[in-house]
Design a protein around this ligand. Structure first.
Ligand SMILES: Cc1cc2nc3c(=O)[nH]c(=O)nc-3n(C[C@H](O)[C@H](O)[C@H](O)COP(=O)(O)OP(=O)(O)OC[C@H]3O[C@@H](n4cnc5c(N)ncnc54)[C@H](O)[C@@H]3O)c2cc1C
Ligand SMILES: NC(=O)c1ccc[n+]([C@@H]2O[C@H](COP(=O)([O-])OP(=O)(O)OC[C@H]3O[C@@H](n4cnc5c(N)ncnc54)[C@H](OP(=O)(O)O)[C@@H]3O)[C@@H](O)[C@H]2O)c1
Ligand SMILES: Cc1cc2nc3c(=O)[nH]c(=O)nc-3n(C[C@H](O)[C@H](O)[C@H](O)COP(=O)(O)O)c2cc1C
Length: 575
């Protein structure tokens, strides 16, 4: 990445000393190729207000906006530094004075992996008093989850409990985070700039991207031609996982293995027709959207989210005929159509449209190495189909890709960088990868990348799925890599080839001695796939492996795992 030009122009309101420091900051920020952060230790000139922006992030969103926040803060005269919670020493908090926390929530209301240690340190109450610290929290989350923004809410409460003063109220951001994040940052920088130092009082915290960042992005997705599509399961499988290849030619988009691709879906035409009918419309009615006026059918296809209804739509349509879900059962209302069909009266079109949320992109772990497939990006996507309340349901994006992307010809995409999921920079180090089901995606990319770069380190893959005959995703590629010796070990777990379930974690425990020997020789361990069950069980198996083969107590094993995380040798891309 090249530094933005000019960095700090001579016309900017800084002394030469401040300008030199700021230019150094930006040079540091841009000299790191894989999203590294400027060194926290860099001394700021005394006149600038210090600001430490600490991010907790699983898949890179908080990290990216923490960097944007730093740029905006620097423009307003702060000596801002960005710190990864995973490596931030809680003992340094009291000296930080002005702190912004930006964190997502993961799992079932849990902290992202890199935030767990700081969260635990603050919860333990063993950090020194934060009486001199002023702070504000930006929580990222998703209202589709029960524990919306729980981790950010907890950091907010913990910092206050440890004696810090809240400079401005926390903001809880849904997936459409840009506007609330910008308003929060503006307010937080305004409040913190009044505390000390020479931070300027420029009213708006611009988070506009520099010219280097502009081009295709989440806000401006690249219409990527779909080059190829093929099913990865064999006929007779209960699963449907598809391989997609998109062209990035002419987009100027670049990615690293470990990154995800954001894909903008289009709603299913049948679902759109059902919604149009339920509204008593014909689909040709003009509707005002943020992208201009569109016919209703088009707006419902490309612009609006027809999934889980907003609270505004629930309020508009009143008590629902279908009633609340019975305890332990799936909710009766899963999507906008459920609500419309259950409503006693039809809403006016304008009132209905005003309650809709914008359709959100879905993320997919990239399954190609850019070195192996220049100008292309590949995905491995499991088709989501299920039935609820007597109606067949289709996952919006996975089914758009499976059923219509080839015919439409293009999909709006952007790169979602994830510096928390990276191969070791030293290619001689061994890697162990665990990716059952679609979790194989980034490991196909890792293996391709290590082959393309001639990395000499050994590669060990744990893969599993339901049946060996129908669900061995990328079978030929993986077996070829094994025959060539590139894949040093391939351990497979077929859950339904026999009466009792066999999962990847059982294979890990069977191979505990060798697994531990690889860890001891410097291996990194990567996990990708299902977050709710698999990743938790694999984590427990990792502890077990260390206890059994490393002869450690459970507490010592937990310390060993924490040390792996701190060294970025245990990374997870789970969803
Ligand atoms: C960082 C990251 C990387 C990812 N990588 C991949 C990847 O490589 N491959 C991949 O396939 N996916 C991946 N995903 C998941 C992907 O982003 C989508 O969530 C997935 O494709 C489903 O999206 P959809 O639009 O098809 O489904 P949606 O329309 O969003 O519907 C999904 C929802 O449907 C409901 N649902 C699903 N199944 C059932 C069921 N059986 N019964 C009742 N309700 C159900 C659940 O509420 C679920 O949340 C990744 C996610 C993240 C965050
Ligand atoms: N959060 C989201 O947005 C989102 C969206 C889509 C999918 N997902 C998750 O992603 C997963 C990916 O689906 P997929 O089809 O690729 O793979 P999967 O459902 O995870 O199945 C892959 C293999 O893992 C096995 N498995 C089941 N439970 C396990 C456990 N506790 N530990 C280890 N292995 C286990 C499965 O066995 P059996 O099937 O025989 O039990 C199967 O053999 C889905 O299960 C879903 O939970 C999340
Ligand atoms: C597996 C998974 C679990 C999640 N759990 C929650 C949750 O419990 N509460 C919430 O508010 N958001 C949850 N989210 C949404 C994320 O917090 C949100 O997508 C956020 O923008 C991710 O930021 P990050 O990339 O910095 O981690 C979850 C997302 C995923 C993929």
């Amino acid at each position: 990445m090249n530094p933005p030009t000019p960095l700090i122009p001579d016309s900017a309101p800084f002394t030469p000393e401040q300008r030199a420091w700021l230019n150094g900051f930006f040079a540091g920020m841009y000299s790191r190729s894989s999203g590294g952060v400027p060194a926290l230790a860099t001394a700021a000139p005394a006149a600038l207000t210090p600001l430490t922006i600490i991010f907790g992030s699983q898949t890179g969103t908080s990290e990216a906006i923490a960097k944007k926040a730093a740029k905006a803060a620097i423009k307003r005269g702060f000596a801002a530094t960005v710190a990864d919670m995973g490596t931030f020493d809680a003992g340094k908090l009291p000296a930080a004075k002005n702190v912004l926390i930006i964190t997502s929530t993961y799992g079932d209301g849990e902290a992202p992996d890199n935030a767990k240690a700081l969260h635990a340190a603050l919860s333990s109450g063993k950090v020194p008093s934060l009486i001199d610290v002023r702070f504000s929290v930006c929580a990222l989350g998703d209202t589709n989850y029960t524990h919306f923004c729980k981790c950010g809410r907890e950091f907010d409460a913990l910092l206050e409990k440890c004696g810090a003063t809240r400079a401005t109220a926390r903001v809880d951001c849904d997936l459409d985070y840009e506007a609330p994040f910008t308003s929060w940052l503006d307010a937080a920088l305004g409040a913190l700039s009044t505390s000390a130092g020479s931070a300027t009082t420029t009213p708006t915290a611009s988070t506009e991207e520099s010219s280097e960042d502009s081009g295709y992005s989440k806000k401006n997705p690249f219409p990527a031609p779909v080059l190829a599509f093929r099913p990865l399961n064999v006929t007779g499988s209960a699963k449907e996982v598809n391989h997609f290849e998109f062209s990035l030619e002419g987009s100027n988009l670049a990615y690293e293995t470990g990154d995800a691709l954001g894909v903008y879906p289009q709603n299913c035409p049948d679902l759109v027709s059902d919604v149009v009918r339920a509204l008593g419309c014909d689909g040709e009615e003009a509707v005002a959207t943020s992208e201009g006026e569109l016919p209703l059918r088009t707006a419902l296809t490309v612009h609006y989210d027809l999934g889980r209804p907003s609270q505004a739509l629930i309020d508009l349509l009143g008590p629902v005929a279908a009633g609340p879900a019975a305890a332990g059962k799936a909710p009766a209302i899963r999507d906008v159509l459920d609500l419309l069909l259950g409503a006693e009266t039809k809403p006016t079109l304008a009132a209905f449209i005003a309650t809709l949320k914008k359709i959100q992109p879905r993320l997919y772990s990239i399954s190609s190495s850019p070195k192996a497939h220049p100008g292309q990006v590949h995905l491995t996507v499991g088709a989501v189909r299920y039935e609820a309340n007597g109606r067949k349901r289709k996952g919006v994006c996975s089914m758009f890709l499976a059923e219509r992307a080839m015919a439409v010809g293009k999909a709006g995409v952007f790169i979602h960088s994830n510096s928390n999921f990276r191969l070791p920079t030293d290619g001689s180090k061994p890697v162990i990868m665990c990716g059952p089901g679609t979790g194989i995606a980034p490991f196909r990319a890792f293996l391709e990348e290590r082959r393309a770069t001639g990395a000499k380190g050994k590669n060990w893959l744990f893969f599993g799925d339901q049946r060996s005959t129908t669900d061995f995703l990328y079978r030929d590629e993986l077996l070829t890599m094994q025959q060539e010796g590139h894949l040093s070990r391939l351990d497979l777990a077929w859950s339904r080839d026999q009466t009792e379930k066999i999962y990847v974690q059982q294979r890990m425990i069977e191979q505990a001695a060798e697994f531990f020997a690889w860890l001891e020789s410097g291996a990194s361990f990567y996990v990708c796939g299902d977050a709710s069950r698999m990743a938790k069980d694999v984590d427990a198996a990792l502890h077990k492996v260390i206890e059994i083969a490393g002869n450690r107590t459970p507490t010592q094993a937990a310390d060993y795992v924490q040390a792996l995380k701190n060294a970025k040798r245990y990374q997870r891309d789970v969803y």
